[in-house]
Write a protein that binds this ligand. Structure first.
Ligand code: FES
Ligand SMILES: [Fe+2]
Length: 343
């Protein structure tokens, strides 16, 4: 599969890798081993020893040096061999290393030309860092489908009215006409739902009585390759969205990193501006979200992929509806970026 390569992909949540520890994950079909030295600095190497191709992740890490568990060659974080128990260490004894940065409680890897790696190209997700722990939660799903199907899923939230009818849906997303806007490197899908029926979760968060309505809205911003920021909220009908006690908003990320053509690392996080110091609420909210994603979204997207088999979406000539506008624009934009990169 052809992926966009010269961009930052999320490789892991920071707390997936301990100080002095290592962690293996396949990214864009390449086996990668991430490891930290004793100070916590992170490095990433191709998880394949250049001698007889054993995975480094079956070896050990000793203060920033990774040693192959098969015949003992050791490499530093830059991929240079630093110890050879069987003879001399030569300059050309190297393994591929990847640029990595740690920011926003997560680790980002550059899978393209290392010379082109640029910290400034990382999408600003600072809100993940500044949110208090009691108004922040995160998760990871190993998705059994192509990453673009997960992207489509977020860009068309009308699915919540059907797939999540007993939690997130009330019909409001479907009744609202999405407004899709685009810049050179982003696509936004905005839905306004004035004077609408609240979803079951909104009703319970607000303690609303039967028949009471709300104004709600949702905005999804997509950034290449598959980083989405979702900002949603609601107020009592007619109230100002001024961040006062009346306003309930959440700011979320949905980040997909291709593992293979048919599997996806799906990282998600939620922050909110209401009940921000309520740990029990935070945990309950996270549990509900994780249950919805893993028992509703994931099985549906997996089943969708099974039906599609190895075919590309366009090869199957999908019936396009107006709700697909955001997802179609994103697919086209990404395809153009990949094409430009491969020229
Ligand atoms: S395979 Fe790694 S040292 Fe031989
Ligand atoms: Fe969903």
């Amino acid at each position: 599969m052809t992926y966009l390569r010269n961009c930052w992909y999320m490789a892991a949540w920071s707390d997936e890798i301990e100080k002095g520890g290592m962690f293996a994950r396949t990214i864009l079909d390449e086996p990668v081993v991430l490891f930290r030295n004793n100070e916590g600095e992170i490095n990433a190497l191709l998880d394949r020893c250049p001698h007889r191709f054993a995975p480094f992740s079956k070896g050990k890490v000793d203060d920033g040096v990774i040693s192959c568990g098969y015949h003992g060659l050791s490499f530093d974080g830059g991929g240079q061999c630093v110890h050879n128990p069987h003879g001399a260490v030569l300059k050309n004894m190297k393994v591929k290393s990847y640029p990595v940065i740690e920011a926003y409680r997560s680790i980002w890897i550059w899978m393209g030309d290392p010379e082109a790696a640029d910290r400034d190209l990382l999408q600003d997700l600072g809100f993940l860092e500044t949110a208090p722990d009691t108004a922040f939660s995160k998760g990871y799903l190993h998705g059994q489908a192509n990453y673009q199907l997960y992207v489509d899923n977020i860009l068309d939230l009308t699915h919540a009215d059907f797939l999540h009818a007993d939690t997130l849906g009330s019909g409001a997303w479907t009744r609202a006409r999405a407004k899709v806007t685009e810049t050179d490197d982003s696509v936004s899908v905005n839905r306004e739902c004035p004077n609408e029926i609240p979803s079951p979760l909104q009703r319970s968060f607000r303690n609303l009585k039967e028949g009471e309505r709300i104004d709600s809205w949702n905005n999804v911003d997509w950034h290449a390759p598959a980083i989405m920021v979702l900002h949603g909220g609601n107020v009592p009908v007619g109230a100002l969205r001024d961040g006062s006690i009346n306003t309930m908003t959440t700011l979320n990320t949905h980040i997909m990193t291709p593992e293979t053509e048919r599997t996806t690392h799906y990282f998600f996080a939620t922050t909110r501006d209401f009940m921000t110091d309520d740990t029990d609420f935070n945990n309950g909210f996270a549990e509900t979200r994780n249950r919805i994603f893993s028992t509703e979204d994931e099985p549906m997207i997996h089943a969708q992929q099974e039906r599609m088999g190895d075919k590309d979406l366009w090869d199957l000539d999908p019936l396009l509806l107006r709700i697909d506008e955001g997802a179609v624009r994103v697919r086209r934009k990404l395809a153009r970026m990949i094409e430009a990169e491969n020229k």
